[in-house]
Design a protein around this ligand. Sequence first.
Ligand code: SF4
Length: 401
Amino acid sequence: MARLIFRKNSPPSSISPENWASWHWQLQNSLRSQIDFGRHFELSENEKSAFAQGGELFNIRTTPYYANLCGQALEDPIRRILMPRREELSPGAQQMHDPLGEKVNSPVPRIIHRYSDRVLFLVTDVCSVYCRYCTRKYFTGQDQAFLTETEFKTAIEYIKSRPGIREVILSGGDPLTLNNNRLEQILFALRQIEHVEIIRLGTRMPVVCPQRIDGSLVRLLQKMKPVYVMTHFNHPREITEEAATALELFVDHGIPVLNQMVLLNGVNNHPAIVQALSRRLLFLRAKPYYMFQCDPSLGTDHLRTSVEESLKIQRELWGHLSGLALPQLSLDIPQGGGKTSLVPDFQIAHNGQTRTYRGWDGVEADYVSPAPELSILPMDVEDYEEEWNQLRSARSPNLGQ
Ligand code: SF4
């Protein structure tokens, strides 16, 4: 097997290497209008008419770095992620303003409490790219860079008042578009809450602006440990030399990295592309974690795969990628139903205690379960029951309504 190579994303000759290497420059010089995009791309009639719809469309933005990764072909996978198209305004099979039902699971502004043990904390609505398939279009891209003082205090008080909350997921928007002072303020406040064990940080910056990941950021995250970074690479071409350096900086500083990709039509909906992405990530010590079915948010029909196609991709990957490299195919049940795993069904018969399976390469065998009366409880279960019950009672206020 050829050694994995990560290509450098060199700046165009008109941009100095110093500017290119600055994340502030990248954000300040983001492409946002038809004129900006027209300087980098030969725009198609379809794309021009999408830009002309202006305010009817989800916000448009990308860093020069990410635009430079994108080819001129109209169906270039990265172009499909970042460039608006007329299809976004066509009626589709399912078009939802808030597909995950987050608004009804938001007990206080900026907090989404859907699962017992964790909350999402939306610390900014700004992203360095506005992905055309974004599930949170109702919130992101409204240019409210940081939450207000009242929102911040209310959110922290909410988390403090519920001892069952063990994980806080910083999201948005992209938390890494905030500067280190703002980030430290949030992380520090969370670290004062005894029951918050894990902080997760969801970000697309290693993909779109890897210049953001530097020594001072990783030292800050290291200081606030345990912090997990959830990246969002969708295509192997996004893993450049710069992105690889960013991922290694996290891991070298003891910050685990997990990747959540979205299966997207015309972008990565082939097992060859998913395996290429997963192997590269794993080589860089970033665990391919989820492979999400694209949510039916407004204007995404042309980017979504069918469940059948997604399952077929997962089935093909099954026998060829190790468990470490294989992301878990998962679908968010619309209207806040939570996640469900989509697993290829290998069971072909079930009779009493015997289940028959046919594996990915055709091997058939029985698995015979022990008799149910042999099942006993672990003798020390009581030691852990109180913790378990506390967790279960930390349900979101809206659950069960
Ligand atoms: S980076 Fe995430 S939150 Fe921002 S637009 Fe893309 S998918 Fe949506």
